[in-house]
Design a protein around this ligand. Structure first.
Ligand SMILES: [Zn+2]
Ligand SMILES: [Zn+2]
Length: 267
């Protein structure tokens, strides 16, 4: 049993770890796309304009507030796990390796569905103004916008994880993979640069995955392109922006650095 006096220490440690989990991928991709390889990736810059420094600092400030909320959620989750109240299990043989992979896919599918519908609700006018507007202050998002949420939205976005560990049996390995998958894709969606080759758009499999262009357009056009991981609910509900394909094709038509980088199909 964890002693009450150690709680502030535990909270601080989790806070630092989670902030690092946000800051390292965001900082590295910002450094790569906006500083070191800025000119090389210019042809694939979706908006062709760069954010102001104060906008980047605002994204970091709100993301830090989200990290505090994720820390709180993580601590509630850990206490619940310690009390044996959740479905978290520690021996892989208990459910087997197939289940481990299945649980990851199931969780991603459920999270994608939850995100799409909660995101639609967040764009309902009165809710948008009070809850989701903070995220949309980033008209030219950078990787630092990945956790830039108002505290109430942070609870809505990450509280679902707390609920799901009471419902779906999950191994800590699966939780680690899911957390990493979430932060990497979320950071990637806010880089402002399209890294996918043109052929992805009509590929039988990859056409269902989202691109940075898709989410970047969500920040500029607002009421469209709501998805998180997959372009499935947006297709079903007809909420892909009508110019999504055109914009993606335009921005992905140039290789970032001809002759040095990957050969992009369609070129
Ligand atoms: Zn939105
Ligand atoms: Zn966003």
């Amino acid at each position: 049993m964890i002693a009450f006096e150690t709680i502030p220490f535990i909270l601080s440690v989790f806070c630092i770890i989670l902030f690092g989990y946000y800051m390292i991928p965001a900082g590295l991709s910002y450094l790569y796309f906006y500083v070191i390889r800025r000119d090389q990736w210019k042809p694939r810059h979706i908006q062709k304009r760069y954010p102001q420094t104060k906008s980047v600092l605002r994204e970091i400030k709100w993301s830090f507030s989200t990290v505090l909320i994720i820390t709180l959620i993580t601590c509630i989750a850990l206490f619940s796990i310690q009390e044996g109240k959740t479905q978290v299990y520690f021996s892989i043989v208990e459910y087997g390796w197939y289940y481990l992979f299945f649980s990851i896919l199931l969780y991603i599918g459920l999270h994608d569905t939850y995100f799409y519908w909660i995101h639609r609700l967040l764009h309902f006018k009165p809710v948008f103004r009070w809850v989701h507007k903070t995220h949309h202050l980033s008209h030219t998002p950078t990787p630092f916008a990945s956790l830039s949420y108002n505290p109430l939205e942070a609870f809505l976005q990450f509280g679902i994880n707390l609920i799901l560990i009471f419902i779906i049996p999950l191994h800590p390995v699966a939780i680690g993979i899911l957390l990493t998958h979430n932060i990497l894709l979320n950071t990637g969606g806010h880089t402002g640069f399209e890294v996918m080759p043109r052929c992805f758009f009509h590929h039988w499999f990859f056409k269902y995955s989202l691109t940075t262009t898709h989410h970047d357009m969500h920040h500029t056009k607002l009421n469209c392109n709501y998805g998180l991981y997959f372009n499935i609910w947006d297709r079903i509900m007809g909420t892909n922006h009508r110019e999504y394909e055109k914009t993606f094709m335009e921005v992905s038509s140039e290789a970032p650095d001809p002759g040095k980088c990957l050969t992009y199909a369609g070129k």
